[in-house]
Design a protein around this ligand. Sequence first.
Ligand SMILES: [Zn+2]
Length: 393
Amino acid sequence: MINMKKPHFIIKNNFQKSSQKYSNLLTTKILKDVCKRITGHSEYTCEFDNTGYNKGRLATLKYKGKINFISFSENKASGRNSSFQSFPTAIVRYYEERNPKKKLFFYFLPTSGNYETPYFTFMYRLIKTAGAEFLNEEFLTKPIYPFATVEDIIASRDVNKGRNRSNNSTFLTRNSDDSIQIYGKTYGANKKETTILCIALSRITDATINLHQISEKSLSILPKPDLAVIQKLGNIKTYITNQTMERREFEQDDSLRSITYIFNLFVKFGDKKCAFCKCDIPQLVQGAHIWPVAKIKKEPNMSPQKKLKHAINGDNGIWLCQNHHKMLDLDLLKIAQDGKLKVKSGLKKKSVQYIKGMTPITELPKEIVTPNFVEYLEKRNEHLQDSNYCLLA
Ligand SMILES: [Zn+2]
């Protein structure tokens, strides 16, 4: 007979992808420590449940009508994708719990490897912002500060450092109307990062957040339980984007505000930053087509499918602030095929000085001026007489 007066652990014993058991991993010493930190008592009862799998590296600890969820760290700090697979599952499970007397904790198990890399630290901060308490934070050398603002999160993600950026990354930004946008792929480990990001964001802002789920072929979305939690948060609107939908819009609509295009620019360049002046205020920076969509649409003898491909290609664009975007679209500025910036001749001297003053970058870096990019430049510049332009530098 279980003495229910003592704190009582229930732990699913089986791993999903390994033959080891949680009963071997979570020793008496560890469980005592967890129990003491949560309830103030070291005495507990424990039940290892051999049905199903432990999803979320999770234990529950019931005491005095409260249910505590404890998610345990991986035993080995490895790649960014595998080390935080479990926590999102745990937080979803926590949100699904109907008992309002509930709490969510994170506990560091003895770990090998470097578990205080910038990425890990970012994730700890996100986990704390999402509402989890760290039971043994002293395990780390530095304290974990939750994020206070959306800008704080955007800056800390630091996707411009390159190594954090990939086709599977989740990107966070603001649009010109100040709305918060999340762009995320719906498969791979990053879909899980998206869930924590959404929960953390919803706890620090009441503003509307638009979550764009980018799928490539079939219509795929985040896992149903994750999506259900996200939709219950109240201020997150979820959208699905795939190529079938974008083609329909592309064929019907004159302007192309393609989500996939913006996502592709994020993958290529990282966070929004004007290529001409480095302005990185996300509300002021836009995706600017090199070969304009209106022209692509008028291209004779090209299938709609191919046109769309060009319209959403990350090589067919750069980030530009609103001023520079406008100047490029008015042909006041031109990007020559070698990547150098040119200004239209015949402008007032003061105007040229103004443009020079606000355009510190006079040549795009080589890594942007790829052969694909140059092809788009050629299309863009077809109608522009080079003799009408002078070098900006
Ligand atoms: Zn600019």
